[in-house]
Write a protein that binds this ligand. Structure first.
Ligand code: HEM
Length: 400
């Protein structure tokens, strides 16, 4: 089929390294001139304005998640991992969400706050006197990994191996990494979780996995495939996204020393700052849907069966909603940011993420508030529209 109404140029490609380095100028062009854009490199429509990106996930009957949510480079068959719930439409989605939500109640998250703070403190104290660290290796990676491992019930002694598989999985750039290392890591994780599930079946404990193993939806247990998918979903969704938020945040704050100084003096500003950090450089810049019917927006018809990439990262810089959107402003109150999505798939881990980000921020601002980032030696994550770092060297003057 042809998409004659819009330019067939390569204005936007989520797999282009230049776009990944700085997607924001391209987003601006998309919002201004091509709010419904056909992107040949990934065979997908792209929505970039806040109003359109916000409306789509509120209509899951039209914008389906069941065929996958990650954009795929054109001509490439991606073996998409099956992730239940996030890749499921109603009514099954509602059943699964009701089940898993029990592990993420406000009470449960509040109860892990002291543990999250203790992990952040322990990690930062491990490197603060050195005056330098790789933030990803020493804080942004391990903090969410330890938190999610505790939540799932994974023993600490398995954590190093678990983190290695998990990073291999998210580093497996579908365009540049042809080695299958990501798939091999996924297979190892499945095997690990399979043994873990068998163990919890035999000896249930007070953790999320035991709860899922024993849970029933309409009198039926979850299938082994669903249970394994849940483990992988919580790992991918709950670990690497937060790692990326922490790394992106420390770069932004190093570039905005006045804001950082205020935050060091006024901890009460931290919650608002975390929201602005989520808006300003969202770890999940975009996710896809598949159309169940023809949809016409801004005079352009997107046919049923096509995929649509919803650019949360662009929506969060839309001037129509956020005045001076390219300015980082911790006083903004960016309540309408879409970093956690919208609608029925709204991020289940939002409260936990906010808690982890506040903990990391608080400890770093207290112990080494004048950090500088060595951006030349940093390594950017190359995974389509997921935005973050694989390595982030930082240094500071040791205090105390
Ligand atoms: C900075 C951190 C995070 C970001 C930016 C983020 C972003 C998102 C986004 C955009 C969605 C919507 C997906 C869609 O509409 O297709 C989502 C869903 C989800 N997130 Fe997060 N997330 C983060 C952290 C977490 C954490 C810590 C957990 C769990 C421990 C988590 C678990 C989930 C789950 C289970 C879903 C699927 C919900 C559903 O399908 O109903 N996320 N997340």
């Amino acid at each position: 089929m042809t998409h004659a109404a819009v330019p067939e140029s390569n204005l936007y490609d989520p797999f282009d390294t230049g776009v990944q380095d700085d997607p924001y100028p391209v987003y601006e062009s998309l919002r201004a001139a091509h709010p419904v854009y056909w992107a040949p490199p990934s065979n997908t429509w792209v929505l970039s304005r806040h109003a359109d990106v916000e409306a789509a996930p509120l209509d899951p009957g039209t914008y389906s998640s069941a065929s996958g949510i990650f954009p795929t480079p054109a001509g490439m068959e991606m073996t998409e991992l099956f992730l239940p719930m996030i890749m499921t439409d109603p009514p099954r989605h509602s059943q699964l969400r009701a089940l898993v939500s029990r592990g993420f109640t406000a009470r449960r998250i509040a109860s892990v706050e002291p543990a999250v703070m203790a992990i952040a403190t322990e990690l930062v104290e491990g490197f603060v006197q050195a005056g330098a660290c790789d933030l990803v290796a020493e804080l942004a990676g391990p903090l969410p990994a330890m938190v999610i491992a505790d939540l799932l019930g994974i023993p600490r002694e398995d954590l190093a191996q678990f983190r290695q598989w998990s990073s291999l999985l998210v580093q497996a750039d579908p365009v540049r990494d042809q080695t299958g290392a990501g798939l091999a890591a996924a297979a190892s994780l499945y095997e690990y979780f399979s043994g873990f599930l068998a163990q919890r079946r035999k000896e249930p404990r007070n953790d999320l996995i035991s709860a899922l193993v024993g849970a029933e939806v309409d009198g039926q247990r979850l299938t082994e495939e669903e249970l394994l998918g849940f483990c992988l979903l919580l790992l991918v969704a709950g670990h690497e996204t937060t790692t990326n938020l922490l790394a992106n945040s420390m770069v932004i704050l190093a570039r905005h020393p006045a804001a950082r100084e205020r935050l060091a003096r006024h901890p009460e500003l931290h919650p608002g700052a975390v929201e602005e950090l989520l808006r300003f450089d969202s770890p999940v810049q975009g996710l896809s849907r598949t159309l169940t019917r023809d949809v016409t927006i801004h005079g352009i018809t997107m046919p049923a069966g096509d995929t649509v990439l919803l650019l949360f990262g662009s929506a969060n810089r839309d001037e129509r909603v956020f005045p001076a959107a390219d300015r980082f402003d911790i006083d903004r109150g960016p309540e309408r940011h879409l970093a956690f999505g919208r609608g029925i798939h709204f991020c289940l881990g939002a409260a936990l993420t906010r808690l982890e980000a506040r903990a990391a921020l608080e400890v770093l601002l207290r112990t080494c508030p004048d950090w500088e980032v060595d951006e030349d030696r940093s390594g950017r994550l190359r995974y389509g529209p997921i935005r973050g770092y694989l390595a982030l060297p930082m240094h500071w003057l040791p205090h105390r």
